[in-house]
Design a protein around this ligand. Structure first.
Ligand SMILES: *Cc1c(COP(=O)(O)O)cnc(C)c1O
Length: 365
């Protein structure tokens, strides 16, 4: 028998979450963001659930090839554009749309030989200070692109730093709107957080949304709001089983560094899941976990292949009992990935993306 850990990707939940995103902005088109191997879910595994999108957005050339290999003929957008001149050949061959965020990318386009002009998304740095043209350089970049025979339509995009938080998006929207006021072209500004929190505004919905995390069922603004608040369903379950049980006396300790000490007699379950499976090592005593669908807590340190859990709330549990690290248990109890991420001092995004290659993955509903 293989080691009993397994991840499940929930196709119906992907479909549901996409519908929730659409409901937030019914008149906008949706880029389903599938970078980082669909946030760790696997591009091939999410394809069925997400084929209702208007396009797929990602940033890795090999991933774009995989989307085309699945038979997708619609738009694909490279969110970071090309990295070297020969990437443009792939764009021409596969019909990829690409972001243009710096002069060097325009230089590459200017000497690119193609029969088919490219659709590009000109990116503005409206305040996040990662990629994009400064507002003062944006219009001249547009003019330069517009003069190139290699370029077809130019769309306009920017990215928010605080759509999930208190600072919000108004300061960046102002810069973007003022700089692009009389430029033609479709616009795309909203990630998941902007879509869920701010898409009532027409200029935020714009022409294309770019949701990622919301379609994977994690709240972009947890803990202010939960996934349930936004009507999102878990799309990944990580489950395993108990492979050992220990009875502790008061004063006994558990695991490396003896970081947990029993103050009373207690039963400890040993779970076949550790940091080599992608379970975050920063989780400490108290991190929520489900055993046979009952909520309990992790105790002690996360080791490479195992964690240890308190069986007090589940006296009937024993060898082989189902353990849900995040997602849904067999009986329907849920453990949001955002709660586990919070216990590890991180976000749901990182946990999904870190699911380790050694974990077998199945798709289901
Ligand atoms: C990753 C990414 C998104 C999606 O962000 P979420 O927070 O997952 O919705 C949107 N736009 C760009 C440019 C991105 O890099």
């Amino acid at each position: 028998m293989p080691r009993p850990i397994q991840a499940t990707i929930h196709t119906e939940a992907l479909r549901h979450n996409l519908a929730q995103v659409r409901a937030a902005a019914p008149d906008a088109r949706v880029w389903g963001v599938v970078k980082a191997n669909a946030y760790g879910h696997g591009i091939e595994r999410v394809y069925e659930g997400l084929r209702g999108v208007d396009g797929f957005a990602l940033l890795d050339m090999a991933e774009a090839e995989r989307v085309r290999a699945l038979g997708w003929r619609g738009p694909i957008l490279l969110l970071e554009g090309v990295f070297e001149p020969r990437d443009l050949e792939l764009c021409s061959r596969l019909g990829l749309w690409h972001a243009v965020h710096c002069e060097a990318q325009i230089d590459m386009l200017a000497v690119h030989k193609t029969h088919q002009p490219h659709r590009v998304f000109l990116k503005m740095n409206s305040g996040m200070n990662r990629l994009g043209f400064a507002p003062s350089a944006y219009r001249s970049a547009w003019t330069r692109l517009n003069a190139l025979p290699q370029v077809d339509e130019i769309s306009l995009m920017t990215h928010f730093s605080d759509a999930d938080g208190a600072r919000g998006i108004a300061h960046q929207m102002k810069v973007f709107s003022e700089t692009t006021r009389d430029l033609p072209g479709e616009r795309s500004v909203a990630n998941s957080a902007a879509t869920l929190r701010h898409a009532r505004a027409a200029d935020v919905r714009a022409d294309w949304l770019r949701p990622g995390i919301a379609i994977y069922g994690s709240a972009p603004d947890f803990p202010e709001h939960s996934a349930a608040h936004w009507g999102l369903q878990r799309t990944m379950t990580l489950a395993s089983r108990l492979i050992g049980v220990q009875d502790l006396k008061p004063g006994d300790t558990v695991g490396y560094g003896s970081s947990f000490t029993a103050d009373a007699p207690m039963r400890i379950g040993v779970v076949a899941c550790g940091y080599a499976d992608g379970y975050p090592r920063h989780c400490t005593t108290g991190t929520p976990v489900l055993v046979d669908g009952v909520r309990t807590r992790m105790v002690g340190r996360v080791s490479m292949d195992m964690i240890t859990v308190d069986l007090a709330p589940v006296p009937g549990a024993g060898l082989g009992s189902e353990v849900t690290l995040w997602g849904g248990a067999t009986g329907g109890t849920m453990l949001p990935i955002d709660e586990v991420a919070q216990a590890a001092g991180t976000v749901g995004y990182e946990l999904m993306c870190a699911l380790a290659p050694r974990v077998p993955v199945v798709t289901g509903d």
